[in-house]
Design a protein around this ligand. Structure first.
Ligand code: HEC
Length: 188
């Protein structure tokens, strides 16, 4: 016996499935067109929750690590770093014997003791960090100063590893005897 409502039930079931999948606003957009509400999203379909469209092979590539820090440093250029360091110059001088500004003079900072410039008033957070500015510590501090030294008076985030490497290559060049670059491990 044919259910007279079979067609309607089927349509309802499909609609509910679509609703579960896309969410109501997105479905309304998809069915009736997004432009009418002036949302500015055009006709793009925005999923209610992100769905991971894994393309074969892409995952494997992502899992592969990018260049190591030592490799980045080997490829970095002081000239590129000097340009990028423009953003530091509102607070730091870079020349030998340069004045202290909002931040300490950065001549010969690679290998220098952390918070060790005489006459600069460091935060207690940075004074308490101790040790020397190794390449890796400079990299971590420039990537997110507040995360690396919570409470430090400097707020800086240089997001791109290549940009940080250039800046650090520039800092390294500011020395009478630049420190050796970090060694690239065999097989890298
Ligand atoms: C808005 C001001 C400001 C800017 C911009 C700034 N810094 Fe700083 N920086 C500071 C201050 C202030 C300190 C001291 C932090 C403390 O005492 O906690 C500091 C400390 C440092 C130190 C530690 C020095 C030492 O003697 O221990 C390094 C390295 C450094 N900054 C590098 C940079 C670099 C590289 C840039 C540009 C990418 C930069 N800073 C941009 C204000 C700034």
């Amino acid at each position: 016996m044919q259910d007279p409502l079979f067609g309607n039930k089927l349509a309802a079931a499909i609609l509910i499935a679509l609703l579960l999948f896309f969410g109501l606003p997105q479905l309304a957009n998809a069915l009736f067109g997004g432009g009418h509400h002036g949302g500015g999203h055009g006709d793009e379909l925005h999923l209610a929750y992100p769905i991971d469209f894994q393309v074969e092979g892409a995952g494997a590539q992502e899992a592969e690590k990018g260049p190591s820090f030592a490799e980045l440093m080997a490829a970095a250029t002081p000239a590129g770093g000097a340009r990028r360091a423009a953003l530091c110059k509102s607070c730091h001088t870079f020349d030998k014997g340069g004045a202290q500004g909002t931040g300490p003079n950065l001549w010969d900072v690679v290998g220098r003791g952390v918070a060790s410039v005489d006459g600069f008033r460091y935060s207690s957070a940075l004074t308490g960090a101790g040790g020397d500015w190794t390449y890796e510590r400079l990299d971590a501090y420039l990537q997110n100063s507040q995360a690396y030294v919570p409470g430090t008076a400097m707020v800086q985030r240089v997001g791109k590893a290549e940009h940080r490497a250039d800046i650090i290559a520039y800092l390294r060049s500011l020395s009478d005897a630049p420190a050796p670059l970090p060694a690239v491990a065999a097989g890298e």
